[in-house]
Each structure stands twice: as C-alpha cells, then as structure tokens.
Design a protein around this ligand. Structure first.
Ligand SMILES: NC(=O)c1ccc[n+]([C@@H]2O[C@H](COP(=O)([O-])OP(=O)(O)OC[C@H]3O[C@@H](n4cnc5c(N)ncnc54)[C@H](O)[C@@H]3O)[C@@H](O)[C@H]2O)c1
Ligand SMILES: [Zn+2]
Length: 296
C-alpha cells in the first residue's frame, strides 16, 4: 500500500537513490529494481483509482458523504483503529467508551474525564479535507454530511450545521445520565481542571458524560433516519476516513448501493465494502479530497 511503501522508500539512506547508488551493495529487504517497480505499480494504481473516483464524483449532483475519524487525523486527532489509533496502541482504552462500564466504575469515569481534558481536539483546526467538503457544499452538490466524528471540525470548517448529521453526538457538549440536563462541555471541564475528578450534575447529582454515543448506547433514531434518507436519496455516496466497521454507520454504505448510488471510498486501509465500490482511493485524505471535489 502506498502509505506503507512511500515512507519506507523515502526514509534517509533507504530511498531508491540510496539503494540504486550503491552498485553491488547487498540489500536483505529485496532487489532494488523490484522495490522500485512495486512502488511504480502502487503509484499507477492510486492514480487510476483517483481518476475513477474523480469521474464518479464529477457527474454527481446529490452527494451524501460519510466521514470517520480518518478525516481528522491530519488535524492532529488520532483515530481509534488506524495504525496509530488510540485503541491500536492501547486496547484497554476501549473500556472507557463502553456505557455500562462508564456508569458502574468511578475509576473509569475519572480516566474518561482526564482523557477528555487532554484531548487534542480542543486545539485542533480543520484541514484541507474538511474544507474540500465545504467547497462541495458551495457547489450546491452536497445532500448531507453524515459523520461518525464527535469533534465538530466540519462545523468549524464552515459546513452548514443543518447539513451535518452527527451519528455519534458531540464531545463539545455534556449530558446528565439521570435528568437529561445538557450544556456546553467547557464549564464541566473547568471543574475537572480545578480538581473534581468525576463532576456530578449540578441540578440532580447524576453522572455526567460527554454527549457522545458510547458502546452499548443506542443512537438517536431520528438522526439515523435522516442519515438513511440521505443514503437512499443520493446519487453518489462518498465514505471518507472510516474503517466502516462500526454499525449502524457502516450499514449506510450497502443501503446507498441498494438505492442505486455510486460508491467512492477514500481510506488508508481496506474496508469491508471495497469490493462493491466504484473507486477505492488509498491516498491521504487531506491530499485526496481537494482534487476529487474540485468544481466541475
Ligand atoms: N475525530 C473524532 O471525532 C474521532 C476520533 C476517534 C474516534 N472517533 C469515534 O470513534 C469511532 C471510530 O470509527 P471510525 O471508523 O470513524 O474510525 P476508525 O478509527 O475505525 O478508522 C479510521 C480509518 O481512517 C483511516 N485513516 C486515518 N487517517 C487517515 C488519513 N490521513 N488518510 C486516509 N485514511 C486515514 C484509517 O486507516 C482507518 O481505517 C467513530 O465512531 C467516532 O465516533 C471520533
Ligand atoms: Zn442531572
């Protein structure tokens, strides 16, 4: 895959120039010519997929986009399941995202509050990938921007809030698990920063949690319906930066196909739906999207 091969070849002393320069030098990693040929194949394949994707999107007038954590990694927010993902590095971290564990275990809540406090999302700014989706909207071709993300970087980039469907909620708000009181996250984080390890609801004393969907928690049915409507009503479905392994979000992909839409996937790693896609682009998202979504 291009992601793996390029850094390996471009690393100091390991690049094609370094290898090819040393006539007769022994390279246990393989023959230099074979390595270069395989990179050329990868680059040609990526260019072909980019071209197919560009053509599929150029003819579209009602694009439904689904974004996942991968669109925000170039803004400095790690994903969960990618090669550098939070759970890939520390599988135990998944526990803090499980609702029953969060509600039962004060230690898990304390850890979750520290994680929220330290989240890189507070300082993150949108990248070229988010901005390319704003451009698509301004071309009048964006039907809906469905996101699994909780960072609100789409809205910060300038996407119309009424077009953004947040399947998994937002980390920028807090909600009481007992009385349902909801508010901005800032004041509660201030309480954590001031030394309260597990701040309780100021109205009823109940457990507070970010307004995000944890494992074991149902999604909002009205939000899911809106996303399904968009999947069924679009002419091209564009899935970006999602491992497409979290349901019901991932289920929007086959739904869109059943509804007759074209399917373009932009993701660094393979997904379970690559086989039914019209194009699969494995190029870094913030580099790929501006070219794919330029005005026709
Ligand atoms: N930024 C956020 O809001 C954020 C961050 C982490 C997790 N989450 C939550 O966790 C869940 C994780 O599911 P998910 O499927 O969205 O993410 P995921 O972690 O399962 O997968 C992210 C995918 O993006 C790819 N990727 C990462 N950076 C990329 C790049 N620059 N270019 C191309 N591909 C790249 C990875 O290969 C991976 O397959 C989501 O439901 C979301 O709610 C949100
Ligand atoms: Zn309450």
């Amino acid at each position: 895959m291009l992601f793996d091969v390029l850094p390996r070849l471009l690393a100091p002393g390991k690049g094609p120039r370094g290898r090819l320069g040393g006539m007769g030098s022994h390279d246990p990693a393989g023959e230099p010519a074979e390595q270069v040929a395989s990179v050329v194949d990868e680059v040609e394949e990526a260019a072909g997929e980019m071209d197919r994707a560009r053509r599929a999107l150029a003819g579209a007038t009602r694009v439904a986009v689904l974004t996942g954590a991968g669109i925000s990694t170039d803004s400095g927010i790690p994903d969960f399941r990618g090669p550098e993902g939070v759970w890939t590095r520390n599988p135990a971290a998944e526990r803090t995202s499980t609702l029953a564990v969060y509600l039962e275990d004060p230690e898990v809540r304390r850890q979750a509050w520290q994680n929220r406090l330290a989240s890189p999302a507070w300082d993150a700014t949108p990248n070229a990938g988010h901005r390319a989706l704003v451009a698509l909207e301004r071309q009048g071709r964006l039907l809906a921007l469905i996101t699994q993300n909780i960072d609100e970087l789409h809205q910060l980039a300038g996407s119309d809030r009424s077009l953004v469907i947040e399947l998994h909620g937002t980390m920028r708000r807090v909600v009481c698990w007992r009385c349902g009181a909801e508010g901005p996250m800032g004041p509660t984080l201030e309480r954590v920063r001031a030394g309260d390890p597990d701040p309780a609801c100021l109205r009823c004393g109940g457990i507070l949690k970010s307004a995000t969907i944890s494992f074991g928690q149902a999604l909002d049915p009205a939000t899911v319906s809106r996303a399904e409507e968009a999947a069924l009503g679009c002419d091209v479905f564009l899935a970006v930066g999602s491992s497409l392994s979290v349901y019901p979000a991932a289920g929007l992909v086959p739904l869109a196909k059943e509804g007759g839409a074209g399917l373009v996937i932009v993701n660094g790693e393979p997904t379970p739906y690559d086989d039914i896609a019209d194009a699969v682009v494995r190029v870094p998202i913030s580099a790929a999207l501006p070219g794919l979504l330029a005005a026709r």
